[in-house]
Design a protein around this ligand. Structure first.
Ligand code: ATR
Length: 267
């Protein structure tokens, strides 16, 4: 049996096992996807142990995405982002990748959003924000990064080509000429709140949220009311899993089957 899994803490509510099992079922693969919660001090032992046991691939989530860097050979994108969410044991040494960035790009592509030459606004400069910032910039967009802690946005902007850093108070101005807006903060997950003023949203803007619980966030409701195009957080979650599956198996993922299962789990 092929074994895949997720390293994180906590991972009990993760939807990843269900998304990946949907793909294994579809292809009749003798494979399983398990969740693991190692002690932080044993992360390296866990990764080395997985390799020794013949595990094919691991996803990595909070709080290990940065720490995992020390135990794998990074590809160029994960190195620039400074975080790993996918480990591939297919080679001589475990390699580290970041499919959050690929997931963001593919989620936007799926909705026919043209990024080359686009003016993108990114809210958030944390771990998820970093991945999305590089994805947008690599695809040819200029990226205005707005973050509650402005210095964090400025620091990220120095690492990302064609990016500038701002505080949240700049959002109205930044959005006036923007084509794409991505929320990479956790705002909207707990309360019915949005990190973006509703009056800054407009027709001609595509708004993607990375929050997927709830699926219809306040931001996306405000965006729909302003006649903007909306892309919910399940799309990035889906496409990071799709990209991990494809890296591990070398096969094109059954995207629609994975999407159906994911959406059946979300409200
Ligand atoms: P993740 O890895 O999920 O991105 P993170 O690194 O903790 O998590 O980053 C969370 C992001 O959400 C940050 O951009 C954070 O802003 P700060 O850098 O100022 O902390 C943002 N965030 C969290 N709560 C917020 C709130 N109530 N209002 C605005 N931004 C918030």
């Amino acid at each position: 049996m092929q074994v895949y899994g997720l390293l994180g803490n906590p991972v009990g509510h993760s939807l990843s096992p269900r998304i990946h099992h949907a793909a294994y079922r579809e292809f009749g693969m003798d494979a399983c996807y398990a969740t693991f919660e190692p002690e932080p001090s044993e992360l390296g032992t866990a990764i080395e142990g997985a390799r020794a046991l013949g595990v094919r691939g691991l996803n990595v989530t909070i709080p290990f995405k940065q720490d995992a860097i020390s135990f794998v050979e990074l590809d160029e994108l994960a190195d620039r982002i400074g975080a790993v969410n996918t480990i591939d044991f297919g080679g001589d040494r475990p390699t580290g990748h970041n499919t959050d960035a690929v997931g963001a790009r593919r989620a936007l592509e799926r909705h026919d959003v043209a990024l080359d030459g686009a003016r993108a606004v990114l809210v958030g400069a944390g771990g998820a924000g970093r991945a999305v910032a590089f994805a947008l910039s690599d695809a040819g967009a200029t990226v205005s990064i707005a973050n509650r802690t402005e210095e964090r946005a400025e620091e990220l902007a120095t690492a990302v080509p064609n990016a500038t850093g701002h505080g949240l108070s700049a959002l109205n101005d930044l959005l006036a000429n923007a084509n794409v807006l991505v929320n990479a903060t956790s705002v909207g997950m707990e309360g019915d709140e949005s990190p973006v003023p509703a009056d800054a949203l407009h027709r001609g803007l595509t708004v993607m949220d990375i929050v997927y619980q709830p699926l219809e966030t306040r931001l996306l409701r405000d965006a729909a009311a302003a006649d903007a195009t909306t892309i919910d957080g399940a799309w990035m979650l889906l496409y990071q899993a799709v990209a991990a599956f494809e890296r591990w198996t070398g096969q094109e993922a059954p995207v629609e089957v994975m999407n159906d299962v994911l959406r059946s789990e979300l409200t």
